[in-house]
Design a protein around this ligand. Structure first.
Ligand SMILES: *Cc1c(COP(=O)(O)O)cnc(C)c1O
Length: 398
């Protein structure tokens, strides 16, 4: 019996699954997981090769299809998410594109929340329509808007919650009911919350996608992504798409990411506590107009946040009084926190979404999503929060 099956049966807690899940040792009985940097595999006989091509999943055949190190990462994440199946891919965007394209065809219709990561927005607004797929965006927080949009035949629903960068939430339990009634598949981009803070499948979602580049790696080293869902979807719908289009995760990246999972729980504890503390500090600062953080009482969906999430996460967005000039002055005055468009790193990172991550989105659309020239996104890292607070205070007063 595979070790991972035993683990699932014992119902070990998530932090334990992060450390122990998916581990398969080779004959050397190594403590840390083996790194199989190999593209191919050999056969003892022509008959063995023939058999491998008759029955899928019998053994490793080619690393575009499967690889032992990638498999450990997939098993670990699957056990933590509580999903039937998981496939890892080369980046978060490969995961989003694959989760959508593997099940859509011309004539289908997709409904998505408006506040999305820039490239997810591009796939839904620009790419899908090229292939004859109709798409519509709705305000994610508005259940009546979802009801209206889902009255028309719909194949898939795509949401990100909390959203980047304005931390708008989608009520996943309610949306899952509406999506199910419409006969559509609900896909949740769970990057900001991670599997530890939000459980989309338990709330009724069908598919969860991750950029493992963010908190799962957590130290800014490797790109990666994953798609999780039912065994039938992953094996029969997503599987052939991945096998033949090839967005395979490098075994080296898989190894780095599975080591990242081992420490995810302890890192998130610090991320969450520091982010909440800094969100409160920013809210009290006279130069700050507004703070967006799900676990602040001032968040318009604070009650939903507490119901749906275990903590607020590592991202705090805020508006600095004085327009783009004030936002730029603040960024340039920081001495510890780095300017970067990335997030979910051990190092605290700050971004001006208007001019970087969301630069290609039309100004009217940005404003409709609540993104202003005053808005700054802070990814709170693992430094001592006192030092971070001091850096923010100095830069705000500059
Ligand atoms: C970063 C991110 C992605 C894309 O992930 P990559 O690994 O950069 O391809 C998708 N969705 C969200 C919410 C993200 O933050």
């Amino acid at each position: 019996m595979p070790e991972s099956a035993r683990l699932e049966e014992t119902e070990l807690r998530l932090a334990t699954r992060l450390v122990r899940g998916g581990v398969r040792r080779t004959g050397h009985q190594e403590t840390s997981e083996g790194l199989f940097l190999t593209s191919g595999y050999v056969y003892a006989s022509a008959e063995e090769a023939e058999a491998a091509f008759v029955t899928d999943g019998l053994r490793y055949v080619y690393s575009r299809f499967a690889n032992p190190t990638v498999k450990i990462f997939e098993e670990k994440l699957r056990l933590v998410e509580g999903a039937e199946a998981c496939r890892a891919v080369a980046s978060g965007m490969a995961a989003v594109a694959a989760a959508l394209l593997c099940q859509l065809r011309a004539g289908d219709r997709v409904v998505a929340s408006r506040a999305l990561f820039g490239s997810c927005w591009w796939i839904i607004a620009e790419l899908l329509p090229r292939y004859g797929i109709a798409t519509e965006f709705v305000a994610g927080e508005n259940l009546d808007a979802w009801r209206a949009a889902l009255a028309k035949p719909t194949k898939a629903v795509f949401v990100e919650t909390p959203s980047n960068p304005t931390m708008t939430l989608v009520d996943l339990a309610e949306l899952a009911k509406l999506t199910r009634a419409a006969g559509a598949a609900l896909i949740v981009d769970n990057v900001f919350a991670t599997p530890l803070l939000q459980r989309p499948l338990e709330l009724g979602a069908d598919i969860v996608v991750y950029s493992a580049t963010k908190h799962i790696d957590g130290q800014g080293r490797c790109l990666g992504g994953a798609v999780l869902g039912s065994a039938s979807f992953i094996d029969t719908v997503l599987g052939p798409y991945l096998r033949h289009t090839g967005p395979a995760l490098s075994p080296f990246n898989a190894w780095t990411l599975l080591k990242g999972l081992e420490t995810l729980d302890v890192r998130l504890e610090r991320h969450n506590a520091s982010a909440l503390r800094l969100a409160r500090f920013l809210e009290d600062h006279p130069r700050v107009r507004k703070v967006y953080y799900p676990f602040l009482d001032s968040h318009p969906q604070a009650a939903l946040a507490r119901r749906q999430m275990r903590a607020g996460g590592s991202i705090v967005s805020f508006e600095i009084k004085g327009g783009k000039a004030a936002a730029f002055r603040f960024l340039d005055a920081l001495s510890l926190i780095d300017i970067s468009n990335n997030l979910g790193d051990a190092k605290s990172l700050v971004t001006h979404p208007w001019t970087t991550t969301h630069a290609r989105i039309a100004p009217e659309e940005k404003l409709a999503q609540g993104i202003t020239e005053e808005l700054v996104r802070l990814s709170v890292g693992l430094e001592d929060p006192e030092d971070l607070e001091a850096d923010l205070g100095r830069a705000l007063n500059a």
